[in-house]
Design a protein around this ligand. Structure first.
Ligand code: GUN
Ligand code: ZN
Length: 445
């Protein structure tokens, strides 16, 4: 958080939702803040004021522009996506396969195209436009093995002023030759990208071994060594997504205790490690994640689409040894850019585990929870003075059926649950990045 808060130059008004803590640890009652008529003011890219409109209005400079979104809106911190593959945007909705066949049949041939920087730039543009259209202001992104695909994404994210983590995929085996790097070239390319992009404005680098089957032990060790040199980078990879994958890792690494131990052995279990999926992790592995400060990215639309399974988010966050959890779209195995649609599937994943994910837990996951999983909850993910001014404004009556259903909503919890069950990109009327309006729905009221 910045120590000195600048003067505001713009404010927005409407009902607002945010979290002051973790409902998985302390309950929704004590952590969720709903203000039915709030003002959020910002200047210099950060939030300067937040509170009930009748208290805040008199504190603002005279003549400041206040955009009033009205009583049917909801102002929230911008959504975060802790696991997504931007190069898979052109292959979302690929038919008929589970993880390993899906990678071979659809993913690898698509990722080959990113040797062409101009193609990568064209997809990065569509990808980030789609993020903003869905209220996503920060993500943790896989690029491809080609360094120019990382440049393409970061160039566009920088133009938009977004806080974003991303990295070049490391993969030196078990994939077509045209996608392979070597331990040395992967290390060198990643290091050059870190020097170019990490902590440039709001951009952050994520060291990105794709997953254990496509990296030799030597490459994983080299990723760990690189992380030692740049310890405030991220590390992102996949773990225990699919049972065939888990069995394959056992064959490939017979000396390791289990899948997570492959990464731990290479020094990859630490704070700012973001592991996609983790559906089939054992109790010991969850315990290791807790003690080492790693996070899991929960990607329900992907897990259902690829038939991988369904994460038990309440087990993962068990107070005895809570593991940090963020929400992920995991496009293109994930089926939607919409965070509301992703929460809808997170609810169903919990149901299959015989548990109920309340709207409070869900919106926390989409905002402050994912920021906490990424260790940036002091910067983004909630609305408070000093936080970066990344905001999404929802329309709570975005379709005729939602409008109709909302007449019967008795409180904010029910209203939020209706949005996450029935809502999609049509519910996003505006997205602000560092205080700048970067998306406004053409048809919003
Ligand atoms: N495991 C390794 N690579 C991938 C990928 O691109 N998507 C998903 N869902 N899982 C993976
Ligand atoms: Zn993934």
């Amino acid at each position: 958080m910045t120590s000195k808060i600048p003067a505001p130059d713009k404010a927005i008004r409407g009902p607002a939702l945010t979290f002051t803590g973790d409902p998985f640890a302390s309950g929704v009652e004590d952590t969720m803040v709903y203000e039915p008529d709030a003002i959020v003011a910002f200047g210099g890219g950060v939030i300067t004021h937040f509170g009930p409109a009748d208290q805040i209005q008199s504190q603002l400079p005279e003549g400041i522009e206040i955009e009033n979104y009205g009583p049917d809106a909801l102002i929230s911190a911008g959504f975060l996506d802790s696991h997504v593959h931007f190069p898979q945007t052109p292959m979302i909705a690929a038919f008929g396969e589970q993880l390993l066949d899906w990678l071979n049949k659809y993913t690898f041939p698509t990722e080959k195209k990113y040797a062409d920087k101009a193609f990568a730039a064209s997809v990065a543009k569509v990808f980030l436009e789609e993020n903003l259209k869905n209220g996503i202001t920060t993500s943790c992104v896989y690029c491809t093995v080609f360094p120019q695909s990382v440049d393409a994404l970061f160039e566009e994210a920088e133009r938009l002023g977004m806080r974003m983590a991303a990295g070049k995929v490391l993969m030196n085996r078990n994939a077509p030759d045209y996608l392979l790097d070597t331990t040395q070239s992967g290390y060198d390319d990643s290091k050059a990208l870190i020097n170019k992009w990490h902590n440039r404005g709001r951009l952050m680098y994520a060291i990105t071994p794709r997953f254990a089957p496509t990296s030799s032990a030597d490459q994983l060790d080299s990723a760990g060594a690189l992380w030692d040199e740049f310890p405030d980078c991220y590390m992102q990879t996949h773990v225990s997504e699919n049972l065939d994958e888990v069995a394959w890792v056992k064959e490939l690494f017979p000396d390791r205790k289990g899948y997570l131990d492959v990464y731990d052995h290479s020094g990859l279990c630490r704070p700012r490690a973001v592991f996609g999926h983790g559906i089939h992790l054992t109790d010991d592995e969850l315990s290791c994640m807790h003690h080492t400060g790693c996070a899991i990215s929960h990607c329900p639309t992907s897990n259902f689409f690829l038939g991988s399974g369904y994460l038990d988010v309440f087990k993962v966050t068990d107070a005895k040894r809570p593991v940090r959890v963020g929400l992920g779209t995991d496009l293109g195995a994930g089926t939607s850019f919409s965070i509301l649609a992703t929460l809808n599937e997170a609810y169903k994943a919990a149901q299959l585990n015989k548990k109920a994910l309340t709207a409070g837990h869900a919106y926390y996951l989409a905002t402050r929870g994912t920021a906490r999983a990424m260790y940036i909850e002091d910067k983004v993910g909630s609305i408070a003075p000093g936080m970066e001014a990344d905001l999404v404004v929802l329309d709570m009556k975005s379709t005729p059926i939602i409008d109709y259903r909302m007449q019967f909503a008795e409180d904010i919890h029910e209203a939020l649950f209706i949005q996450m069950t029935l809502g999609d990109d049509r519910a996003v009327q505006a997205t602000y990045v560092a205080g700048k309006l970067q998306y406004k729905q053409a048809t919003s009221r």
